[in-house]
Design a protein around this ligand. Structure first.
Ligand code: GLC
Length: 540
């Protein structure tokens, strides 16, 4: 394959969360025309591509990850013509477009599920999903012990007594990937969007499609959104060997299209060698490195995860895909404002311990500057370029994440990272839309994060991202080789191409690496020209 069609190997891809990016019609919910109108801002920022979370028809029980029709657009977000216009505008701006594919489950509002409910046990209609008889007297007990990722049992009983599996919300029945019709349908969905010109797919829950044949019991928490700390024997619902055949098949479909169309795996899998199996030469192109996202703010653990990820991906000829924030995790500007080594929180509410916001932002800037110097590709989540924190004091009555409800109100969930982003400090809804409406409330303190307060302002987080993205491109950092340098304790230093990158995790300022000019620094150096605590610097 020629080099130019391997654009993903070092690309920086910006995640747009359609509900919260830009609202054209003023109903408080973002939409496709809103996104189209703001794409040039992403061109200015300097990213290579955008990935859009789902915008398909959906009852929105899981913010669109419950898809009722894979070939259309939810009227809340616009029309298919709006999707075409968005793709065309992105391409005119030289931005690639990835869309989200949700193959593990449909919405319970999908025509297939309605047909399954209307049909009898043992029917072809039921076989597209995972229906089973229950256990115990009268089949009153669920078929096995599995728990939903969002809390509660993973099985729901239907009126005729059978149960269906839902690893997520009860409105998200899991598909049966042993069924040839399910496979054929998703190939056709891939082609539908490829024919419309998309450059690839982010594949939701890519490690979950195949379940253990016997659905054996499993008594451990379903570690996914909460992190990768899997206990016990290999889980029977994640990372099963046969899942790879599906991606080999999809790859052969993508390869018939010109221009380097890609698949990126959302697979909460570790260790790095297991994850790298998803990006073997005949499978996907990228897989989010969530182990990196979950690593504490500390030199040695970060060095280890970087080293192991690069080695594991190198062994299969893939590059590594770095990420610090997305729509499922507490934003890194907030995460890093908690004591180092604490378990990652699954949402934050007003009565939870609050983060140190200034420390979080300082470390987030240093973390991003480190990430953008690493070889491979990187994903940014909308708003992180503004230094946006999580909304950590959202009143609970606004919450919509099914995890909040299914956990019996013990996990605040993900609404805090999904709040509509601020564009203009002095406009209604901070310029998110033409009105004050916003589907989740925006904190009163967000004017200071607005793009128009940061654009052109030296030292702002926005200008830091822009500078880093420009230098990364100019110096070819994404495709250069990394070598570690000797450094004092609690300091991480590496060479990447002609650039030296140093992050100081220690309590005291450290000397700059010898020679060279400071290209960019996450905070100013101290009066003696040394690198302060929690700062990353690029020297070239
Ligand atoms: C993925 C999505 C998440 C969604 C879940 C179920 O983890 O990123 O937002 O809730 O899958 O589709």
């Amino acid at each position: 394959m020629e080099q130019s069609s391997q654009w993903w190997r070092d690309a920086v891809i910006y995640q747009v969360y359609p509900r919260s990016f830009a609202d054209r019609d003023g109903d408080g919910m973002g939409d496709l025309p809103g996104i189209t109108g703001r794409l040039s801002a992403l061109r200015d920022l300097g990213v290579d591509a955008v990935w859009l979370s789902p915008f398909y028809p959906s009852p929105q029980h899981d913010a669109g990850y419950d898809v009722a029709d894979y070939r259309s657009v939810d009227p809340r977000f616009g029309t298919l013509a709006d999707a075409d216009a968005m793709i065309a505008e992105a391409h005119a701006l030289d931005l690639k477009v990835l869309v989200d594919l949700v193959p593990n489950h449909t919405s319970s509002a999908h025509a297939w599920f309605a047909a399954a409910l209307a049909a009898a046990p043992g029917s072809r209609e039921r076989d597209r999903y995972i229906f089973r008889d229950g256990r115990g007297p009268g089949g009153d007990e669920p078929p096995n012990s599995w728990r939903s990722v969002f809390g509660g049992p993973a099985w729901e009983r239907v009126p005729d007594g059978q149960w269906y599996l839902h690893l997520f919300d009860v409105t998200q029945p899991d598909l049966n990937w042993a069924d040839p019709e399910v496979r054929a349908e998703f190939e056709s969905v891939l082609r539908f969007w490829l024919d419309r010109g998309v450059d690839g797919f982010r594949v939701d829950v890519a490690h979950g499609l195949i379940k253990d044949r016997d659905l054996v019991d499993w008594h451990y928490p379903s570690a996914i959104l909460g992190g990768l700390g899997q206990e016990g024997p290999p889980p029977p619902m994640w990372d099963q060997e046969e899942v790879h055949e599906i991606y080999q098949q999809w790859r052969s479909v993508l390869d018939t299209y010109p221009g380097g169309r890609i698949l990126v795996a959302e697979a909460w899998v570790k260790p790095a060698e297991r994850l790298a199996r998803y990006v073997r030469p005949d499978e996907m192109h990228q897989a989010f490195n969530f182990e990196y996202l979950d690593t504490p703010w500390s030199a040695e653990p970060l060095r280890k995860v970087i080293e192991q990820s690069l080695a594991a991906n190198d062994a299969v000829g893939a590059t590594t895909t770095w990420v610090l924030s997305n729509h499922d995790v507490v934003r890194h500007a907030t995460r890093l404002g908690y004591p180092v080594g604490e378990a990652r929180r699954h949402g934050i509410g007003v009565d939870d311990p609050q983060p140190d916001t200034a420390l979080g932002l300082r470390r987030a800037r240093a973390a991003t500057l480190q990430m953008l110097a690493l070889p491979g590709s990187a994903y940014l989540y909308q708003g992180e370029e503004l230094g946006l924190p999580e909304h950590t004091t959202m009143p609970d009555e606004y919450r919509q994440d099914p995890a909040w409800f299914r956990s019996g109100h013990t996990e605040r969930g993900r609404d805090g990272c999904r709040v509509p982003i601020p564009w203009e400090a002095d406009s209604p809804s901070y310029g998110f839309g033409p009105s004050d409406a916003s589907w989740l409330p925006q904190p009163a303190s967000w004017a200071e994060y607005a793009l128009d307060r940061q654009r052109g302002v030296a030292g702002s987080t926005y200008e830091l991202y822009r500078t880093a993205l420009r230098l990364r491109r100019e110096r070819g950092l994404g495709s250069a080789a990394l070598s570690w340098m000797d450094a004092p304790a609690d300091v991480l230093a590496f060479r990447i191409g002609e650039v030296t990158v140093l992050t100081n995790f220690s309590d005291a300022a450290v000397e700059l690496p010898v020679g060279g000019e400071v290209l960019v620094s996450s905070e100013p150096l101290d009066a003696d020209g040394r690198v302060p605590t929690d700062v990353t610097v690029w020297v070239g």
